[in-house]
Design a protein around this ligand. Structure first.
Ligand SMILES: Cc1cc2nc3c(=O)[nH]c(=O)nc-3n(C[C@H](O)[C@H](O)[C@H](O)COP(=O)(O)OP(=O)(O)OC[C@H]3O[C@@H](n4cnc5c(N)ncnc54)[C@H](O)[C@@H]3O)c2cc1C
Length: 454
């Protein structure tokens, strides 16, 4: 009788550079892949609509890849701990392997499950694979977590370099017949009525093979102009790797080493490569912050910001922002790009988030939730981290209260109006729903309460 190894896939929907999968293959018994759609465990945040769309396609691709190499992906739905246990019972598995996750509720589930399975005699091992630096290894001189990016990243860079990525396995021995599982279509991850995913289908191809192709294309063709053009939303100069990293179709190690190798030498290419690698550093910093502050999506990271006097919500303003009908062209263009494609350029994310929190004085949590529902790259760390950074409640070195002026941002980063022309050509001649100068002043006044609370 064989005693299979279960590989529990989570935010790592790939075969290459997958240490848990590698360990399972090395154990020499049949390998069973598992993905659990967990909408029941305490504290697990339900996925947003755009994320569900991506997940569906990425799982389909992973299942094909596993099948082509001799194994299976079993899909089951329910509270993760009991689903994993029941698959262990069904298959007589002797080992369960996974790559680590860093959110608070996720860690609680994984730790309890590891202890429980081990005490039943099942081998359980977890691996570092989804961040370059384990969040607890980057510490200040006094052993505390970092609260500012630059010293965080300097300290991380002084640690041993990220390991080389593991090769993609050619063969993965599986059980002769797959254990029972759900049909992916029955999970209803895709929208039906209405089907709003047309723009997502046009823009994206989820799955590991497409992710690797995009990485190569970006490094071979676009990297040289990254540093100069990365802030221009119409330039198409950024990597578009965020959903691929979010879903783990690429590991950060793979991206890191590919970037280091391509960016050698001097000149624009090298400057761009080092800028690109430091953007990966922001992703690391977001996970570091979430690990040490698990309530990042719900509570102000900066305690003093609890004193910020948010006025009563004007639901019409929130709806105008969500739909890209504010009459502020840069904001409307961004919000429509988001709705149509499940993505928004980083510069415009900052402008739209600033407009919501500073000009409309709407709590950052409502914006975070909208992005959570509409972004294909929405993740537990980066989304909340960046919302708090823009709102002023987050981990930011800046001593002042940052307010982006959407008109000046458009002049600077979309000088020919190409981005606005693509997404919100009708917005330019319209009256904004609020007066930008007056609302800016009101935001600064509201911030006085935070200063007093310090
Ligand atoms: C309000 C707001 C919300 C955001 N929500 C998310 C989110 O849910 N998920 C997400 O991945 N990014 C988020 N970002 C960060 C950033 O906008 C995206 O990572 C970036 O636009 C993705 O495009 P790209 O892959 O072409 O980026 P590139 O410029 O090519 O950067 C390469 C990679 O670095 C990482 N990265 C770059 N900037 C950041 C950043 N500021 N914070 C964390 N990682 C970064 C991403 O993994 C990205 O794929 C948010 C930013 C803001 C201002």
């Amino acid at each position: 009788m064989s005693s299979p190894s279960i590989v529990w896939f989570r935010d790592d929907l790939r075969l290459a550079d997958h240490p848990a999968l590698r360990a399972a293959i090395d154990r020499g018994e049949p390998v069973v892949g598992l993905y659990v759609l967990d909408e029941e465990s305490e504290g697990i945040r339900p996925l947003g609509g755009a994320a569900r769309w991506w997940l569906h396609h990425s799982l389909a691709s992973l299942a094909d890849d596993l099948r082509a190499r001799g194994s299976h992906l079993v899909l089951r739905r329910g509270a993760a701990a009991s689903v994993v246990r029941s698959l262990v019972d069904d298959t007589g598995a002797g080992a369960v392997y996974w790559n680590r996750r860093y959110g608070g509720p996720e860690r609680a589930i994984d730790t309890a499950l590891k202890d429980g399975l081990r005490s039943d005699g099942v081998e359980v091992e977890s691996f570092a694979a989804n961040v370059l630096f384990e969040p607890w290894t980057v510490k200040t001189g006094s052993g505390t977590p970092f609260s500012v990016f630059t010293p965080f990243w300097n300290a991380a860079r002084n640690l041993p370099a990220p390991r080389e990525p593991l090769p993609r396995p050619r063969e993965i021995p599986g059980l002769r017949s797959a254990p029972a599982g759900d049909d992916l279509d029955d999970w209803e991850l895709l929208p039906t009525r209405p089907d709003w995913a047309g723009g997502l289908r046009e823009r994206w191809q989820p799955g590991e093979a497409a992710a690797r192709a995009r990485l190569r294309e970006f490094l071979d063709h676009d990297l040289g102009s990254y540093d100069a053009a990365r802030d221009e939303p119409s330039a198409g100069a950024t990597s578009l790797l965020s959903p691929r990293l979010r879903w783990g179709e690429l590991s950060p190690h793979t991206v890191w080493h590919a970037g280091v190798e391509t960016g050698g030498g001097t000149g624009a290419h090298a400057t761009s490569a080092s800028r690109f690698l430091s953007e990966l550093g922001w992703r690391e910093f977001a996970w570091h912050t979430l690990y040490h502050f698990p309530d990042l999506a719900t509570k102000n990271w900066r305690k003093g910001f609890d004193a910020f006097p948010w006025p009563a919500l004007d639901p019409a303003h929130l709806t105008a922002w969500e739909k890209g009908e504010t009459g502020v062209p840069m904001v409307d263009a961004g919000m429509r790009e988001l709705w149509h494609t499940g993505y928004m350029h980083n510069r415009v994310r900052m402008v739209t988030a600033s407009f919501l929190t500073k000009n409309l004085l709407i709590d950052w949590r409502l914006g975070e939730q909208w992005f959570w529902d509409t972004l294909v790259d929405a993740d537990g760390a980066s989304n909340a981290f960046n919302w708090q950074w823009v709102a002023g409640s987050g981990a930011d070195a800046s001593p002042y209260f940052r307010i982006f002026n959407p008109e000046r941002q458009a002049e600077k980063f979309d000088p020919k109006g190409l981005y606005i022309g693509q997404w919100a050509p009708d917005s330019a001649g319209r009256e904004p729903i609020v007066d930008l100068a007056a609302t800016r002043k009101a935001a600064l006044q509201a911030y006085e309460a935070v200063k007093r609370a310090r």
